[in-house]
Design a protein around this ligand. Structure first.
Ligand code: NDP
Length: 239
């Protein structure tokens, strides 16, 4: 049966692959983001609905609710990224506070606000999947801290939603190619280092992540909740 899926940040990279995966399965997909262009392209390709929303903004989320179906079966909190790539290089304390908060906003507040806005609409038996990061276990400053916070907050979310049969999990990617994540900041040398850190000897792909998200949202995964599932080719292991 077709389900209603919301993928935040669904116009590019991992979110786009997740949206395509669900659309191919025959689900009804809505994608959001701040730029209409990439969303529209995906909508034209897949039949998904494209809605502009900045998920750090409560007012925009409230407006988004009016556009969404009454029931959401799968919420994918994918919007985010390392806002440190956009920092202007200022090093005073005010700039530090601004830059630190930007990562918390982009990666933690987006997921928390979106889930709060939608909690009454999450359908019984549904799933919430957040996109975390290997950075939560490896540092990366305020970005890693935000992704670690996301994973910890998800534990209480899973406890709140569990009685309704709704699961809540984090998929934590390692290095994933073919996204806008690194802007133009990824040198060939750094890329080689990231690939060399894997046991599989390759970069991850957005489809690797999409398949894992789809599994967590599937009937096969109804007893998996409150977890972080790592998809990184062995670049970080949990034992
Ligand atoms: P992209 O930059 O391609 O995708 C991020 C998407 O999120 C964009 O479509 C962007 O669109 C959207 N977005 C960002 N902020 C907001 C916001 N405030 N409101 C709405 N949409 C927003 O990179 P990825 O696909 O790689 O990133 C997806 C997720 O994967 C992120 O959470 C990232 O942290 C995580 N990740 C990525 C890794 C990688 O190696 N690529 C590794 C580990 C984790 P727009 O700018 O139009 O809003």
């Amino acid at each position: 049966m077709a389900r209603d899926i919301l993928v935040t940040g669904g116009g590019t990279g991992i979110g786009r692959a997740v949206a395509r995966h669900f659309a191919r399965q025959g689900d009804r997909v809505t994608v959001t983001g701040r730029r209409l262009g990439p969303l529209k392209e995906l909508a034209d390709e897949t039949g998904a609905r494209a809605l502009v929303c900045d998920h750090t903004e409560p007012d925009q989320l409230t407006r988004l609710l009016g556009e969404l179906p009454e029931g959401i079966d799968v919420l994918v909190n994918n919007a985010g990224g390392n806002t440190g790539f956009d920092a202007d290089g200022r090093t005073d304390l005010a700039a530090y506070a601004r830059d630190f908060r930007a990562n918390l906003d982009a990666n933690l507040i987006t997921a928390a606000l979106t889930t709060k806005a939608l909690e009454d609409r999450l359908a019984e038996g549904g799933a919430v999947v957040h996109i975390g990061s290997i950075a939560a276990d490896q540092g990366a400053g305020s970005y890693g801290a935000a992704k670690a916070g996301l994973a910890t907050w998800n534990i209480s979310l899973s406890q709140e939603l569990g009685p309704r049969g709704v699961t809540a999990n984090v998929v934590a990617p390692g290095y994933i190619a073919d996204t806008e994540f690194f802007r133009d900041k990824l040198t060939a040398e750094r890329r080689d280092q990231l690939v060399a850190a894997t046991a599989t000897g390759r970069a991850g792909t957005p489809d690797d992540i999409a398949a894992t998200v789809a599994f967590l949202a599937s009937p096969a995964a109804r007893h998996i909740t409150g977890q972080v599932l790592h998809v990184n080719g062995g670049a970080h292991t949990t034992r």
